[in-house]
Design a protein around this ligand. Structure first.
Ligand code: PBG
Length: 325
């Protein structure tokens, strides 16, 4: 054959492949989610997330030091709220001495340069396991937004660098931005879960925090996975309202959405490889059906290739170890 173009020329050795690789993962791309528990010296493996743990604050601080030394530059905090502190107002969420607020301070003290991002939603604090306040069987929007503003301000007060509202209420980004401005928090960022879908892939996370909805589902606030245009609408509104970073969640089943969002916004885009995505790879690897290391790198590279500038992932540590060899 006499060919004008032979595409395999650029694939014939590791050296040429690395020279022309379009997507490179780096440690600073990853946001490490952390599940924090009350107590001391506690490390509990999450049943549906083998190899991932909920830790007490003392161990969490050690973990954050390790993450920093590995090159990871941001953590996303979630706390497990005690049952007796849960109610339908979510007020524990803005308790200045709550576990989240104490965690932010302790991590800031120990590793001041680490970016601390905090989950903002009422579900871990809600006796109903919903992201908002419940009235007559409905999740009410405007009262929930008021609660989320108080929660965000209290996180900023404790020292959070970014608040990350994951609730999908209408108008919360603008309200949180105003709340931060009014209280002088002009350096606190907002990473908005802008296109967050009602997804079965959050199942293991709800085990981790004991935060599954007590009734119904989250479809009146999280998005219908049938929709694409709606993701653009949600995202552009969040940008307008003052988000610094927008997020698409989950990641692997939503790569098309990540790309479309990336194409229309002029701010950084993040994606969340959620608990169920982690669980699927772990389970298949444990069965010997998938090579775990390869699945980690392929999935994360595809999320970045799709358009994510940063990725929240439970594989953050594994990925850094794999790309540093
Ligand atoms: C809380 C929240 C959830 C996740 C992040 N923040 C659960 C939910 O919306 O039900 C899911 C993260 C994951 O599955 O890894 N609003």
């Amino acid at each position: 054959m006499q060919l004008q173009r032979r595409n395999r020329i650029l694939r014939q050795s590791p050296a040429i492949r690395s020279l022309v690789a379009e997507t490179i993962l780096r440690p600073a791309d990853f946001i490490a989610p952390l599940f924090i528990d009350e107590g001391e010296n506690i490390k509990t493996e999450i049943a549906s997330m083998p190899g991932y743990y909920r830790m007490s604050l003392d161990l969490t601080v050690q973990e954050v030091k390790l993450l920093w030394n590995m090159g990871i530059r941001s953590v996303l905090l979630f706390i497990k709220c005690k049952d007796e502190l849960k109610d339908n107002t979510g007020k524990e969420a803005w308790n200045a001495n709550g576990l989240m607020q104490r965690s932010i301070k302790a991590i800031k003290d120990a590793v001041p340069e680490m970016l601390i991002m905090t989950d903002v939603a009422l579900d871990p604090y809600s006796s109903y396991g919903h992201d908002g306040i419940v009235k007559d069987g409905e999740i009410v929007n405007d009262e929930t937004v008021e609660a989320l503003v108080k929660m965000s301000i209290s996180h900023a007060q404790a020292g959070a660098d970014f608040v990350a509202p994951s609730d999908m209420m209408d108008g919360r980004i603008g309200a949180i931005r105003n709340g931060l401005e009014e209280n002088g928090f002009t350096k606190t960022g907002i990473m908005s879960y802008s296109a967050k879908y009602a997804s079965c892939f959050y199942g293991p996370f709800r085990d981790a925090l004991d935060s599954a909805p007590g009734f119904g589902d989250k479809k009146t606030y999280q998005m219908d996975y049938a929709n694409r245009t709606e993701a653009i609408k949600e995202t552009l509104m969040d940008v307008e309202e003052g988000a610094d970073i927008v997020m698409v969640k989950p990641a692997m089943a939503y790569l098309d959405i990540i790309r479309e969002v990336k194409n229309v916004v002029d701010i950084p885009v993040s994606a969340y490889q959620v608990s169920g995505e982690y669980a699927m790879i772990k389970a298949a690897a444990q069965m010997g059906w998938l090579n775990e290391e390869k699945a980690i790198l392929e999935s994360l590279t595809s999320i970045k290739r799709a358009g994510a500038d940063m990725i929240a992932t439970y594989f953050a540590k594994d990925a850094v170890a794999l790309i540093s060899v």
